[in-house]
Design a protein. Structure first.
Length: 212
């Protein structure tokens, strides 16, 4: 067991199983959590800093992005809906939509969008992606009511009930959201066979960043 632990500690930032380096996640601030920690997110937390901020294990972020891409690639893009009430998530999800064909709803989520056939802009997705289960609570609850799976980006303060797949990350930071959705776009296209390698994906992370 000790040998295995040593091997784990020696794993470098260029871990061959990761789709980008740990440094890339750190630079984008994807590892920076909040000062709150829920029991649901405990398994994804690496440590707590002296200033009280919980730090997310980016290896788990990376692993879950890859898992999510495999899951999402099984669906027809137009049958997936991605939402973000948060301003910093709106440009990234729009860019993800442009490159993958996934349906997008940015900004305010009108009650009844998924549950009321008579509602303006009624949609019938088979899967929902939420940028923040707290901010996107209306969409999350409607997805639960109609019984479709949900993938959620979760910070240390989030609860994960009603989520089928959690991607642990800073879901409030401008750069962090750009990185995660950029990685997700690349990974989905690779899983679908649209690109053979990540190098074929030409957009930069900056292209996914919301304006300040």
């Amino acid at each position: 067991m000790a040998k295995e632990e040593t091997k784990e500690k020696e794993t470098t930032a260029t871990d061959p199983e990761m789709i980008v380096s740990e440094e890339t996640y750190m630079t984008a601030g994807a590892h920076i959590g909040t000062r709150q920690k829920t029991a649901d997110m405990k398994e994804f937390i690496y440590k707590v800093r002296n200033d009280g901020l919980y730090i997310i294990d980016v290896k788990k972020t990376d692993d879950r992005i890859q898992t999510a891409a495999k899951f999402l690639a099984k669906y027809t893009p137009k049958d997936i809906l991605i939402v973000s009430v948060r301003q910093y998530g709106q440009k990234p999800i729009t860019m993800l939509s442009q490159h993958t064909g996934i349906g997008v709803l940015d900004g305010r989520f009108r009650p009844g969008t998924l549950t009321n056939p008579n509602a303006k802009g009624f949609l019938e997705p088979e899967l929902l992606i939420v940028t923040d289960p707290l901010a996107d609570a209306q969409a999350l609850h409607e997805a639960k009511n109609i019984g479709i799976p949900v993938v959620g980006l979760c910070d240390t303060n989030n609860e994960t009930k009603y989520l089928d797949l959690v991607i642990p990350t800073n879901n409030k930071g401008r750069r962090a959201l750009a990185l995660v959705y950029w990685l997700l776009a690349r990974a989905i296209l690779k899983e679908r066979g649209k690109i053979k390698s990540y190098d074929e994906f030409k957009p930069e992370i900056e292209d996914f960043e919301a304006e300040i």
